[in-house]
Design a protein around this ligand. Sequence first.
Ligand SMILES: Cc1cc2nc3c(=O)[nH]c(=O)nc-3n(C[C@H](O)[C@H](O)[C@H](O)COP(=O)(O)O)c2cc1C
Length: 206
Amino acid sequence: MPTGPVSPRVVYRPGEEGVNAYRLLISVVLPRPIAWVSSLDAHGVGNLAPHSFFSVASARPPVVSFTSVGRKDTLANVLATEEFVVNIVSTELLEACNGTSAEVPPAVDEALLLGIELEPSAVVGPPRVVASPASIECTLHATVEVGDSVVILGLVQAITVQGRVLRDGRVDARSLDPLSRLGGHQWGTLGEIREVRRPRPEDVLP
Ligand SMILES: Cc1cc2nc3c(=O)[nH]c(=O)nc-3n(C[C@H](O)[C@H](O)[C@H](O)COP(=O)(O)O)c2cc1C
C-alpha cells in the first residue's frame, strides 16, 4: 500500500467558533466543473450565471444537478419556466464567465450586458452560449431544499457538442478544454491526463 506524505491533521467541526465549513468545503472539494446556466424568466428575459456545485446526478434517466446557494435569479427562472441549459466553460471563456457572476438585478440579462453571444438551443426555450464547446439542455426534474440552498435536478433533453471537440465520435477532453473552480477565487485548467483501466474483480481479489 503506497503512502504519500503524512502529517498531523487539524480537525475542523462545523458550528465551532472560527470554523467556516463552507469555505473549507469549497477549498477541499475540487476541482469542481462549472455549469454556466442560461435560463429565461416568465417574460423571456435571459439570465446567465456560473454554478460550480454541479454534477451528474443520475445515469438513467440522465439527470444533472446544480445548487443555488441562496435564492438566486437562476433558481427563480428555473422554477418559473422549468427549463435551463448548462453550458460547459472552456479556458478562453474564463473572463466572460466570471463577468456573469456579478450579482446584477433580475431584469438585467448578463449575456446582453457583457456581449456574450447566444443562439437558440436545439430543444428547450433558453438559448445556449455560442462559444461553449458543449451544452446540456434540461427540463426541471425536481428541486431539493437543503438549508439555505436548493439543489436543482435537470432531466437532460439534449446534449449538443461542437464538432471541433469530437475525435472519432467521442468528446476529446483536451479539445473541450474545460475550466474548473478551485477554492477562493482560483480557477483551474486540465492538467496531465492519464488513462488507467478499471481492474476486473480477479485483478484485485486474492
Ligand atoms: C466559478 C463560479 C462558480 C460559482 N458557483 C456557484 C454555485 O455553485 N452556486 C451559487 O449559488 N452561486 C455560485 N456562484 C455565484 C453566482 O454565479 C452568482 O451569485 C451569480 O450572481 C448568480 O446569478 P443569478 O442571480 O443571475 O442566478 C459562482 C460564481 C463563480 C464565479
